[in-house]
Design a protein around this ligand. Structure first.
Ligand SMILES: [Zn+2]
Length: 245
C-alpha cells in the first residue's frame, strides 16, 4: 500500500479507509449495482464468501476485514460485479495475511486497567488522534514473565491482526515509562491492523516499507525511538532487552 501525504488535520488518508460495516455495505452495493447484505463473522475457515441470494448478494467477511485497506474492499466490490479471478486475488491474499496460527483458540481475558496506566483510555486517544477513531480492537496488558528464554528479550507490544487484539508488555505499566511512549507503542501495534504483512521474495515482511513509512510519521518519532533505546539500556542491566513486534 503506498504511503500518502498526511491530510491537513495531520491524519493520513489511509486511516479514513477504515469504515463502518454499514458504510461498507453501501459501498459494495454501489460497486456491484446489487443489493448487498454484509455479515461480519468470526469464521476463520472461510474468511470471505459471496453468495447470490434472492434479489441481491450476501457477503460474509471475517471481522478482521473491517480494518482491511481500501484496495481490498475495492477488489471485493469488483469481484462481486465481474467474478474475474484477478479481482478475487487481493481478497484472498489479505485473508491469508491476517490468518495466523497464533490466533487459534479463545482470547484470554484482557485487562486494560493497569496499576499506573489504563490502556483502553490511551488506545482510544491514539485511535482518535491518528485513526479518526475508526479502528476496532481490544487491548490489554500481557502476562508477566513473557521474556523468551534464550533470547532474554521482551516484546513491548504485539498485535493479533486476525482477532484485532493488542497486548502491551506489563513492564510498561509504570510511572517511569512516559505516557507518550506508551501511546507510540500502541500506535505501532494499531498500524498492524491497517497495514497487513507483505510477501516479498518468498519472505513475509511483518513491517513492510509502507508500515515503516507510516510509523516514521508519528509525532516525535526519533524521540520515541530514543526513549525505547533508553528503556532497552535500563532493561539490559538485568539482561533483558525489549522488542517491538
Ligand atoms: Zn510491529
Amino acid at each position: 500500500m503506498p504511503g500518502r501525504a498526511p491530510g491537513s488535520d495531520g491524519q493520513t488518508d489511509l486511516f479514513s479507509e477504515v469504515r463502518s460495516p454499514l458504510a461498507r455495505r453501501r459501498e459494495l452495493s454501489v460497486a456491484c449495482g446489487k443489493n448487498v447484505s454484509l455479515r461480519i463473522t468470526r469464521n476463520r475457515r472461510t474468511m470471505a464468501s459471496v453468495a447470490e441470494e434472492c434479489g441481491g448478494v450476501k457477503v460474509s467477511v471475517h471481522r478482521a476485514f473491517l480494518n482491511a485497506p481500501e484496495r481490498v474492499w475495492n477488489a471485493l466490490g469488483a469481484w462481486i460485479r465481474s467474478r474475474r479471478p484477478e479481482d478475487w486475488a487481493p481478497v484472498r491474499q489479505y485473508a491469508l495475511s491476517i490468518r495466523s496460527d497464533a490466533s487459534r483458540g479463545a482470547v484470554p481475558a484482557l485487562r486494560a486497567a493497569g496499576t499506573a496506566r489504563d490502556l483502553r483510555l490511551l488506545a482510544d486517544e491514539v485511535n482518535r488522534e491518528h485513526f479518526r477513531g475508526r479502528l476496532r480492537y481490544r487491548v490489554g496488558w500481557g502476562r508477566n514473565g513473557q521474556s523468551t528464554g534464550r533470547r532474554r528479550s521482551i516484546r513491548f507490544g504485539s498485535c493479533d491482526t486476525e482477532r484485532s487484539v493488542i497486548r502491551i508488555h506489563p513492564a510498561l505499566d509504570s510511572e517511569s515509562v512516559p505516557v507518550e511512549f506508551l501511546k507510540y507503542i500502541l500506535y505501532h501495534e494499531m498500524l498492524h491492523l491497517v497495514v497487513p504483512p507483505e510477501v516479498q521474495s518468498g519472505r513475509c515482511l511483518r513491517h513492510p516499507p509502507a508500515f515503516r513509512a507510516l510509523e516514521r510519521r508519528y509525532p516525535g518519532y526519533d524521540r520515541m525511538a530514543k526513549i525505547g533505546k533508553d528503556l532497552l539500556c535500563r532493561r539490559a542491566a538485568v539482561g533483558v532487552s525489549p522488542v517491538i513486534s
